[in-house]
Design a protein around this ligand. Structure first.
Ligand code: GLN
Length: 491
């Protein structure tokens, strides 16, 4: 069975097309792994076993082609699924069953994929470790005493453990790229506005973007081809010509100019991570790219600007959960104010409350100019410095995080320290630029390390080609964690 599990999504769909594997066999194989691993890893909030098998059987009858036909995947539990509970890993939405599908869910359906369920995450996608879920923390398949990263930790861990061939996550400040790096899989956050946010539960709307986590860059290209479009239901969606990324994947990077911003290789960077990231830079250079150091001074303001703006937007977005309009309502016969107070106190966890308080503070009269307005100005500076860099470079290369995945529990005690681990990823969110994380080796302790590639707006093809070039030359993305698959042994 591990043979099917070890395939990429593209290999699996090719096998299905040739009649070597059925959609039902693939779905069943994945469901077996989920059953075996769920208690250990806690990657899923909801598993759609029966519906998934029925869907797979229907696809087997229909027979289709397409690069994702029959391929089982799963989505983060902040993407609305009609008739299927969507919790955002929060008590506030524990019983919420959406009456509609997110735009991307319908598109995955059209592509012929099989949805295996909803993936665990940080509550309302606020966090970097997937420990703030009301359903308990997700564990890292490479070391069960460590976090998988977050907030799309369930998505990255599920792909790494062989539970699904691909997953959708959301990336507001790094939540697709960072867990992908810590779990040794490939993740991409596309250009802001190129994937519909319709039906993605909002955290910080000017940053939120749906992204894909897969086994390799080619699979990411196939998933982006399926989900990128202009959806009029998302007012920030961008019209454009979408599709063709997989067809355009040639791995040719000769002459590509790649900059490495010195500010994203600061003193806080673990030397082991630095070395692995430089290994990836070397591969790109050997394949014909010109790689050199460059300067991004505004990067120093990125993290503070991100957390001010993200919390401000979160406080406004989460105001709707008051027990009347939306969300959990407290028990008992109480007055309106008491109802708001108790419903919100009981429904939200402490990290979400912290963000709402911080956001309300930075938006309040007397503090707005000192914090929020300043953060917007800093965001503009970051945007301008990236624009300048992209007049000289085709891509930027950096670490994804300063260190490998920490032990469970550490980050909860030091939230500010946890925020700091996002400094390399938030730049792409402040600017809306596409960015990827691909595996680039391991630490001495055997934990995965990721390298980040950041592209210009709509530069997904360039990003994917660079990632593909690295993956053609290396085996880093083929390493599997000890608990991969059903047998409990590595491959
Ligand atoms: N860790 C970041 C935060 O907590 C990013 C989260 C995300 O991208 N959803 O805001």
């Amino acid at each position: 069975m591990n043979e099917i599990l070890n395939m990429t999504a593209l290999e699996l769909s090719a096998g299905i097309k040739k009649g070597e594997v059925s959609c039902q066999e693939a779905a069943q194989a994945a469901l077996n792994v989920i059953r075996t691993r769920q208690d250990q890893l806690n990657t899923f909030i909801t598993v759609t076993g029966r519906q998934a098998l029925e869907r797979a059987a229907a696809l087997d009858r229909r027979k289709g082609s397409g690069p994702l036909f029959g391929v089982p995947g799963a989505v983060k539990d902040n993407l609305c699924t009609q008739g299927l509970r969507t919790t955002c890993a929060s008590l506030m939405l524990e019983r919420y069953v959406p009456p509609y599908n997110a735009g991307v869910i319908d598109l995955l359906d059209e592509a012929g994929t099989v949805l295996l369920g909803k993936l665990n995450m940080d509550e309302f996608a606020m966090g970097s470790t997937s420990e703030t879920s009301c359903f308990g923390p997700v564990k890292n398949p490479w070391d069960l005493s460590r976090v998988p990263g977050g907030s799309s930790g369930g998505a990255a861990a599920a792909v790494a453990a062989g539970e699904v061939w691909f997953a959708l996550g959301s990336d507001t400040g790094g939540s697709v790229r960072q867990p992908a790096a810590w779990c040794g899989v490939t993740g991409i956050k596309p250009t802001y506005g190129t994937v519909s946010r319709y039906g993605l539960v909002a955290y910080a709307s000017s940053f939120d973007q749906v992204g894909a986590i897969c086994r390799d860059a080619a699979d990411c290209a196939a998933v982006l081809d399926a989900i990128q479009n202009h959806d009029p239901r998302d007012s920030t969606g961008l019209p454009g010509e979408y599709g063709g990324l997989l067809a355009g994947l040639n791995g040719d990077i000769r002459g590509m100019r790649i900059g490495m911003p010195a500010q994203l290789f600061g003193d806080e960077l673990d030397p082991q991570v630095r070395h692995r990231v430089l290994d990836a830079a070397r591969v790109l250079r050997d394949r014909g790219a010109q790689v050199e150091e460059c300067c991004l001074p505004a990067a120093d303001y990125a993290l503070a600007a991100y957390y001010v703006i993200a919390c401000a937007e979160a406080s406004s977005n989460l105001a709707r959960y008051d027990g009347v309009h939306y969300g959990k309502r407290c028990a008992g016969d109480v007055g309106l104010e008491e109802l708001y107070l108790r419903s919100r106190s009981e429904g939200f966890g402490s990290e979400v409350k912290r963000r709402i308080l911080l956001g309300t503070f930075v938006l309040s009269e007397g503090h707005y100019d000192a914090y929020y307005a300043k953060a917007l100005a800093a965001r503009d500076m970051v945007r301008k410095s990236f624009e300048e860099l992209f007049s000289q470079y085709d891509l930027l290369l950096a670490p994804v995080t300063p260190s490998v995945a920490p032990k469970l529990g550490q980050s909860l005690e030091h939230p500010a320290r946890m925020y700091q681990t996002d400094s390399y990823t938030v730049c792409a969110n402040l600017t809306g630029l596409p960015a990827m994380s691909i595996p680039c080796g391991q630490s001495e302790g055997g934990m995965p390390v990721g390298v980040q590639l950041i592209g210009p707006a709509f530069g997904e093809q360039t990003l994917l080609n660079a990632a593909h070039a690295v993956q053609r030359e290396t085996h880093w993305h083929k390493l599997r964690p000890p608990c991969f698959g059903t047998g409990g042994e590595g491959t």
